[in-house]
Design a protein around this ligand. Structure first.
Ligand code: GLN
Length: 505
């Protein structure tokens, strides 16, 4: 799309048009597939595209609608699914050699609920292997590129989904957020991305990384589309015992009603000081944060500063807890029960087979996490690392609780300390990559809902790149969080913009 081309329709508008007969599901799906064909060779956002199947599904839906069938709230909307969510067709690879041939016998609950609402899955999107990473470079399929500037990363781990929405390939995509993997790429790609409260959406069929942190969530170009997707996906699932038992809510219903009084709290630590290892925020990140605060203040919000004194421990605590849980979750991929099996050699013991299958199947970053996780759980170190990290986790949560008890309607922070970096810039420096997560991982440790949206731009090498901010609310406060985000979105009017049609190489 050139600068003056119309913005592609939102999921809400598209479903309404399909429902009213102004367009068809087949048209919507073909448009998505055309755009994927045109841009995916450059961006590598999709790792599988189900062109024929998606067109068949769309035609079947159109036929049902013509016969007077009921149109779901996502009727005919093409959606993309991160490739760590199981789907009963195609492969579910987690962008890992270990699962490159894995065909799931079932579909994840979150995905199934979208399908039941009329959505059409057009493909699976790229990610950092097993969702471990912040740049979408650690993938057996190669990196995804940022649609705003192809020399830069889209963020990660859900970089494929973020890029697919930013490039206008699909209006809606799913990701998972264990430690920022929806919000950071949303920020890097200039789209809206939501991590719901832990337990809001079923994790059934999401390949487990760190089970006490993982949450499924949507990417879209508007807060309204995220609200719609959340309403459809949320709610009890007998297949996930950690999924909450709350009645379904229509999160999209009262979006236009401003929250009043509105008190927005900015953590002192998020203004760039007091962050562990951090050299402060990039100027454009600081500017976006202040612009978001000013836009809300202008509409009558009270903007206050809060102290999250334990935020500085978030990265350390997260990388211990997440690695510990990952080491346990990934133990199942041994080449015998699950995962790619190495060729058996003469004289191999079972132990040799496990070792070789895991060495060949897992990439370097995943192996690093498994080793780290095994270490922090091992006897003698468990107290020193794992239990200490759990204590920090509690303190981090209590910091947020205090801010909300003191009257904050939402906490406002950047999604990351700097704009999108160049491909390859941080691949050899794991610690630098981990520090990218300084603003996102605390939310996962505390189990809170948060939504990232674009709030500004950074000029890098003469190119405009999006800069995101996030709003964070108390657990299960999504309804209010979305209303605040909707107001901020209107005040900033950023979502009318989209990535350039011809991503610059
Ligand atoms: N950067 C985080 C990590 O590497 C992202 C994890 C996630 O949210 N999936 O662990």
């Amino acid at each position: 799309m050139s600068a003056d081309a119309p913005t592609p329709p939102t999921a809400l508008d598209l479903a309404a048009a399909v429902r009213d007969g102004r367009t068809t599901a087949e048209r919507a799906v073909r448009d998505a597939l055309d755009r994927i064909d045109a841009l995916n060779p450059r961006l590598n956002a999709f790792v599988q595209v189900f062109a024929e199947r998606a067109i068949d599904d769309a035609r079947a839906l159109d036929a049902r609608l013509r016969a007077g069938g009921r149109a779901g709230p996502l009727a005919g909307v093409p959606v993309a699914v991160k490739d760590n969510l199981c789907l009963a067709h195609g492969r579910t690879t987690c962008a890992s050699r270990m699962l490159e041939a894995y065909e799931s016998p079932f579909t994840a609950t979150a995905v199934q609920r979208l399908i039941d609402a009329g959505a059409i899955v057009v493909g699976k999107t790229n990610l950092d292997e097993f969702a471990m990473g912040s740049s979408c470079e650690f993938s057996v399929f190669g990196p995804t590129r940022n649609p705003w500037d192809e020399s830069r990363v889209p963020g990660g781990s859900s970089g494929g989904s973020a890029a697919a929405v930013a490039a206008g390939m699909v209006p809606l995509a799913l990701g998972s957020d264990t430690g920022g993997s929806i919000r950071q790429p949303a920020g890097f790609c200039g789209v809206v991305g939501m991590k719901p409260t832990y337990g809001r959406i079923s994790r059934w069929g999401l390949v487990a990384f760190a089970s006490s942190l993982d949450q499924v969530g949507p990417f879209a170009r508007t807060v309204g589309d995220c609200a719609l997707a959340l309403s459809i996906m949320a709610g009890r699932d007998p297949l996930d015992a950690t999924c909450c038992d709350r009645p379904a809510e229509d999160f999209a219903a009262r979006l236009d009603e401003p929250v009043r009084p509105l008190r927005i709290a900015i953590p002192r630590q998020a203004r760039g000081g007091g962050v562990e290892g951090g050299g402060g925020n990039h100027a454009a990140v600081g500017a976006a944060l202040e612009a978001a605060a000013a836009a809300l203040a202008e509409r009558g919000a009270e903007v206050v500063e809060v102290d999250l004194p334990h935020a500085e421990h978030a990265v350390a605590a997260y990388y211990i807890v997440a690695a510990a849980e990952a080491s346990a979750n990934l133990a199942r991929f041994d080449g015998v029960r699950y995962g790619r099996r190495a060729a058996l050699r003469e004289g191999d013991s079972l132990e040799d087979l496990y070792r070789r299958s895991r060495t060949e199947g897992f990439g370097e970053e995943v192996r690093r996490r498994i080793l780290l996780g095994t270490h922090v759980l091992s006897s003698g170190y468990q107290d020193r690392y794992y239990l200490t990290a759990l204590r920090a986790r509690r303190r981090i949560k209590e910091d947020f609780d205090r801010a909300f008890e003191a009257g904050a309607s939402a906490v406002l922070m950047p999604t990351s300390p700097a704009p999108p970096f160049r491909l390859g810039e941080k691949t050899d420096d794991p610690l630098a990559l981990y520090l990218e997560d300084v603003y996102t991982v605390g939310v996962n440790l505390a189990g809170l809902p948060a939504i990232a949206l674009p709030a500004g731009t950074a000029m890098l090498d003469g190119r405009a790149l999006p800069v995101g901010v996030q709003l964070i609310a108390p657990a299960f406060g999504e309804a209010r969080l979305l209303r605040i985000a909707h107001e901020l979105e209107a005040a900033l009017a950023f979502n009318a913009r989209h990535a350039p049609d011809e991503p610059r190489p």
